[in-house]
Write a protein that binds this ligand. Structure first.
Ligand code: G3H
Ligand code: ZN
Length: 288
């Protein structure tokens, strides 16, 4: 059993000058594959479940229990995180299900409302020993988020002071659900945010960022790196290939298993990139 808290993982990464991979689970095969990928490279990982994934399942508890059991059987440290929750109720249910951290995402609400709900969740979460992430600015492509949104460093500083959050998602040029890896991150803006904000910074929409870009972002101050779409591309590609090649295939274990293997391979690569030291990142930048 290798459950570990999100706070411990993030703190250790900051101290080491590396990132922590936070990879999104859709169904149990994703959880199994992400942990398999982490085990292959001997590195920790955060399994995260988004509100959208919970909506797909119709309830948090069954898929959360699956994630918790997979995490408990891992041979590497695994933390559980609720991603992009828009309600306090879902945060409470995740905590009851044994999650280590939550992201309360009220970034579509007016400033004062975002501050109020985030501060409330931070107080509640800290009482329960949870690590709390929130968002200011908008990461492109999700709901009210728009491509090209940028986080203002002064607002970010004020937001963290007023809410007491442990981690801050910032908008610096990445956009959710990109299928190409050509987003350009504003590293100058990241450095200015880093200079003002003491808590760990989170990069969302990392699927659209190249390995080199992720390494540069970590070097410039990002700690938690969220990736979802990259894993779904791998999963769906493998399933599509099998189903296209064999019209008689009916056993889900055959094609879901291929999808799971593809996710494990991609997860291992991503975790390797994200867990690199500065020196290792520089080597990687040349070849990504
Ligand atoms: O919160 C999750 C992420 O921001 C994932 O974004 O699907 O673009 O990798 P992505
Ligand atoms: Zn996100």
């Amino acid at each position: 059993m290798t459950r570990v808290g999100t706070r411990a993982l993030i703190d250790a990464s900051r101290t080491a000058g590396i990132g922590t991979a936070a990879l999104n689970v859709i169904q149990i095969e994703h959880a199994e594959a992400i942990v398999e990928g982490a085990e292959r490279v001997g590195a920790p990982v955060i399994l995260q479940l988004s509100e959208n994934a919970v909506r797909y399942h119709g309830a948090l508890e069954p898929i959360a229990a699956a994630c918790r059991n997979v995490a408990e059987q891992a041979s590497v440290p695994v933390a559980l995180h609720l991603d992009h929750a828009t309600t306090a109720e879902l945060c409470h249910r995740a905590a009851d299900a044994g999650f280590d951290s939550v992201m309360i995402d009220a970034s579509a609400a007016p400033w004062s409302e975002n501050v109020a709900i985030t501060a409330e969740i931070a107080v509640w979460g800290h009482d329960r020993g949870l690590w709390i992430e929130a968002e200011i600015g908008e990461v492109g492509g999700k709901g009210a988020h728009v491509t090209g949104a940028r986080t203002d460093p002064v607002q970010a500083e004020r937001f963290v002071e007023q809410t007491g959050v442990d981690g801050l998602a910032i908008a610096i040029g990445s956009s959710h659900a990109m299928r190409t890896r050509d987003a350009t991150l504003d590293l100058d803006l990241l450095a200015r945010i880093r200079a003002r904000v003491a808590v760990p910074l989170v990069l969302h929409g990392s699927s659209g960022v190249s390995d080199a870009g992720i390494a540069e972002a970590i070097d410039a101050g990002i700690t938690k790196v969220n990736v979802a779409t990259q894993l779904n591309i791998a999963f769906t590609g493998a399933v599509r290939t099998l189903l296209t090649d064999d019209a008689g295939l009916v056993d889900p274990r055959t094609y879901l298993g291929a999808g799971r293997d593809a996710v494990a391979r991609r997860a291992a690569e991503l975790i390797t990139t994200i867990n690199r030291t500065h020196a290792q990142q520089e080597e990687k930048v040349g070849i990504a």
